[in-house]
Write a new protein. Structure first.
Length: 260
């Protein structure tokens, strides 16, 4: 009975009762821009490709709230249409590439091994799905290369309250002081994910080598579970890839928000 009460509490405290008139419609803004480093068509290129889901204007004020959060998070821009923001970002990014890297590229012209380092790309693809009752889960797939040994791939998420448009954070979902207990639960989940028994064995395999376990704000508020996503370098080396730890609500009884 207690578990049913806890899940009901999440429903009312965090995201309220869902209804069809609270549904949020999403559209997609795209931007594609490629420039060469120089006027030479054989010179390195910088490509930007954006596919940005955004709340339709028909959703009213909550669309403004959601879209400003998306623009600020992904593009470091605000208070413009998503299409304007996408176009602006692509233009600024490619212009900065040419202006900032051209002097370095000219110095390295004689070194063929370094030429590939100057082929930059920046790709964002997004999607949305229905999360727990009245929550919308916003997925961000980021792929970029800005020189160096390898590119970066990240799966980022945001959770929006469908009835208001506000972004839900861990502090909205858990009681004050939740961090220590949730970290312990996640460490146990990581041990199960890796197939080891304790943190010493985790460290021996490269996990949590220079940090302690922590609850990530990069999470998916699902219908029966919360999935915490850790991208490369956050709790393990790059070669381990992204790590997703899924915890059922029933395992979180003691630290989930309850009805006051």
């Amino acid at each position: 009975m207690k578990k049913i009460f806890i899940l009901t509490a999440i429903l009312f405290i965090l995201i309220g009762c869902s209804s069809t008139d609270e549904s949020i419609l999403f559209e997609v803004a795209t931007a594609d821009k490629t420039v060469h480093m120089t006027s030479n068509e054989n010179s390195p290129t910088c490509s930007v490709h954006l596919e940005l889901s955004y709340a339709s204007e028909s959703n009213g004020h909550k669309a403004e709230i959601i879209n400003n959060i998306i623009e600020k998070r992904l593009l470091n821009l605000q208070d413009m249409s998503m299409q304007q923001a996408a176009d602006s970002f692509a233009t600024v990014y490619t212009s900065s590439y040419q202006n900032n890297l051209l002097p370095l590229y000219n110095q390295d012209l004689a070194n063929e091994n370094k030429k590939a380092w100057y082929n930059y790309h920046y790709i964002i693809k997004t999607s949305t799905e229905q999360g727990y009752k009245n929550a919308i889960v916003y997925h961000i797939y980021l792929d970029y290369y800005e020189g160096g040994a390898h590119g970066i791939n990240q799966h980022l998420t945001m959770n929006f309250e469908q009835s208001t448009g506000r972004q839900l954070m861990l502090a909205d979902i858990f009681v004050p002081g939740y961090e220590r207990q949730l970290s312990s639960i996640l460490q146990k989940a990581l041990c199960e994910y890796v197939g080891v028994d304790n943190v010493k064995e985790l460290k021996n395999q490269g996990y949590l080598y220079s940090m302690d376990m922590f609850p990530s704000e990069n999470f998916i508020l699902g219908e029966e579970t919360i999935t915490f996503i850790y991208n490369p370098y956050e709790i393990a080396p790059y070669e381990k890839g992204s790590i997703e730890l899924t915890v059922a609500y029933r395992e979180l009884d003691d630290i989930l928000n309850k009805i006051s």
